[in-house]
Every structure is written in structure tokens, then in C-alpha cells.
Design a protein around this ligand. Structure first.
Ligand code: FAD
Length: 305
């Protein structure tokens, strides 16, 4: 079933995102970490994708050998395992970064073979150490180009496409207005719905939605929520995702920095408060970033759904 069809229903639902685990984690361990979340009937599960990393091995002649290092289980294997075990839709994230058009369409054809009906079309980020995003030779520069080609190709045109958006603007964009104009380009190319980056201040999301609607974006917008679970995330999340943590939340966590359980509870309570307010403002769904940890997300869902 397509997410666009699910979004036509009146029920507000949970949407989940899982990250392919390190290869040391078994299939059973992965599925057991997702299982408790299935009790809440997520209609689909997003599976993220990560750029291949390379290591450079010094050679006897002084040169370096570039070797592919794949530390995570493949996205395709994770999607197939989830579909097989839970009989639920999966939404693989397709990222332009580091891949040619042919490679992306080969991935897409594998997903069609598996019976996948939905994908998220994303640009992806720079490699660690790179200053700015460089498109792959023969690849895409921006996500809107990928959306356009997915809709154009007869083998993929039936796929329902989600795209990413940033209530606090994408870090490369000069301002939110420009970023929303770029988001509109993805919608005009055929995106069916939007999932946002995580945010911790609902007013930023409400303002973003209002601006997007004014810009003529009419497709559903699903907010992304991540409960902070450790003191370290206070700096790690802004560093990794270019997002803000509101002062009230950061002060509270800072005050409890030596009490891991208290930090965890503060993060869960904040995400619960956010989720309740979003639901009462009639968002179609709430997308939870599990980042390999389901316990705090379960805590939030139990109180809100
Ligand atoms: P784009 O929409 O291409 O935008 C990138 C930047 O370019 C923005 O600043 C935009 O304003 C600008 N721009 C867009 N189009 C144009 C244009 N035509 N001309 C000029 N400027 C333009 N990353 C991963 O590696 N793997 C994942 O699984 C993953 N999952 C994600 C899930 C969600 C819900 C979100 C919100 C993000 C996710 N990301 C993931 C991160 C994402 O890849 C990065 O944030 C990336 O930097 C931007 O991706 P995008 O698809 O939003 O890019």
C-alpha cells in the first residue's frame, strides 16, 4: 500500500525510522529491537541508508589502496527482514550521495522486486572530512532531480515518494524562504508527502507548515520527533543535524548532567509534550527517530496514542 493512501485515512498514526545495524548485530537482535514497537501498529517502517566509507591502506611502495568498508548490514537486507517478519510496508531511503543514476535505479529495481511501494528520495550528505557536498559523476546534485527521474521512469513511476524538509532550514540554505522554495521544487516534481528533520520547538514546525502552505505546498507534512536520551546528545544532535535545542530543555538537562536517568526522563517528557501538542494540532502522523533505541520512543507513544 502507498503511504499517500494511508495518509488519506483519518487515524493519526506513528511512523518509525530504523537504522541498519552494525554487522555484529544479528537478524534476530535487530527484529527483537523493533518488535515492541509493532504493538502500536505503525503502517510502515522507514529504513535509512548510509554512504559507503572508504579506508586507505598504506602499501609497500608508499601508495595507498582505497578499500570499501561496509560496517552496517545492507539496507536491502534490513528491508527484506522487516517485510518478511512483520508483514508491514517498508520505506527505504534512497540517497543520491556517492551513487550514479544507474546505481540508484539498480537499487530501486531491487526494491521493486521485493514488493516495495514507497521510498524516501534524499540527497545525502558529504563524506566525513569533506567541506561541501559534491555530487557523484553521473549522479544527482539535488533530491528534486531524483524525484523527477523516479516519476519519469516507467519501472519506478508508481512508487510513492517521501522527501525531507527542515523546519529550522537546511544548514546549507541561506534562509527558510529559499529552502521552502527548493522544497516546492521537489513537490512539483512529484513528491507525495514530506517528513521533517527532528525539532524540539513545536513553534518552529507550526511556522514552517504555515510558510510551506503559503508557498503552495499542499501535500501532507509529517513532523519528526526524537526524544533526547543522554546528556551527550545535547551537543551531538545540533552538531550532527544542525538543529536547535530550546533553552528550557538544555538548561534542564544541563542541571542534571551527572544523572543519566534524569536526563533520559527529561528528554522523554519533552518529546511527550511535543507529540501531544502536535497531535492536538491535527498532524497526520508523528515520525519517530529511534536511532537504534526503542525504549524511550515506546514511552512517548504509550502516553500519546
Ligand atoms: P535537497 O532537497 O537536495 O536539498 C539540499 C540543499 O540544497 C538544501 O539547502 C536546499 O535548499 C538546496 N537545494 C535543493 N534543491 C536545489 C536546487 N535545485 N538548486 C539549488 N539548491 C537546491 N541522510 C542520509 O545520508 N541517509 C538517510 O537515510 C537520511 N534520511 C533522512 C530522513 C529525513 C526525514 C531527513 C529530513 C533527512 C535525512 N537525511 C538522510 C539527511 C539528508 O540526506 C541531508 O539533510 C541532506 O543534506 C539534504 O538532503 P535533502 O534530500 O533534503 O536535499
Amino acid at each position: 500500500m502507498k503511504i499517500s493512501e494511508i495518509l488519506l485515512g483519518s487515524r493519526q498514526f506513528i511512523s518509525l525510522e530504523v537504522v541498519p545495524p552494525m554487522k555484529s548485530i544479528s537478524r534476530k537482535e535487530l527484529l527483537d529491537s523493533i518488535r515492541p514497537l509493532m504493538e502500536f501498529n505503525p503502517p510502515y517502517i522507514n529504513v535509512t541508508n548510509h554512504r559507503d566509507e572508504y579506508v586507505f591502506i598504506p602499501q609497500a611502495d608508499g601508495s595507498y589502496l582505497r578499500k570499501l568498508e561496509r560496517r552496517r548490514v545492507s539496507q536491502t537486507a534490513v528491508c527484506a527482514s522487516i517485510m518478511d517478519e512483520f508483514k508491514v510496508e517498508v520505506v527505504p531511503h534512497i540517497i543520491c550521495a556517492g551513487a550514479t543514476k544507474e546505481q540508484l535505479f539498480s537499487e530501486l529495481s531491487d526494491f521493486r522486486y521485493l514488493g516495495v511501494n514507497n521510498v524516501m528520495a534524499l540527497r545525502g550528505d558529504c563524506l566525513v572530512g569533506e567541506k561541501r557536498f559534491t555530487p557523484q559523476v553521473g549522479g544527482y546534485s539535488y533530491a528534486n532531480e531524483l524525484v523527477r527521474d523516479i516519476k519519469k521512469e516507467s519501472s519506478t513511476s508508481e512508487l510513492c515518494i517521501g522527501v525531507g524538509a527542515y523546519p529550522e532550514k537546511h544548514f546549507e540554505s541561506p534562509n527558510l524562504e529559499t529552502d521552502i522554495a527548493m522544497l516546492k521544487a521537489k513537490v512539483d516534481e512529484g513528491a507525495d508527502y514530506i517528513i521533517t528533520q527532528m525539532f524540539f520547538d513545536n513553534s518552529a514546525f507550526f511556522k514552517f507548515v504555515e510558510m510551506a502552505r503559503k508557498a503552495g505546498i499542499t501535500i501532507p507534512i509529517i513532523p519528526g520527533i526524537k526524544p533526547i536520551s543522554t546528556y551527550r546528545q545535547l551537543t551531538l544532535l545540533p552538531e550532527s543535524f544542525s538543529i536547535n535545542i530550546p533553552l528550557d530543555l538544555s538548561k534542564e538537562i544541563e542541571k542534571n548532567k551527572d544523572n543519566a536517568q534524569a536526563c533520559y526522563e527529561i528528554g522523554r517528557e519533552w518529546a511527550t509534550m511535543q507529540t501531544k501538542e502536535l497531535l492536538s494540532n491535527e498532524v497526520p502522523a508523528v515520525h519517530f527517530y529511534t536511532m537504534g533505541k526503542s525504549e524511550n520512543v515506546i514511552g512517548v507513544i504509550k502516553e500519546c496514542f
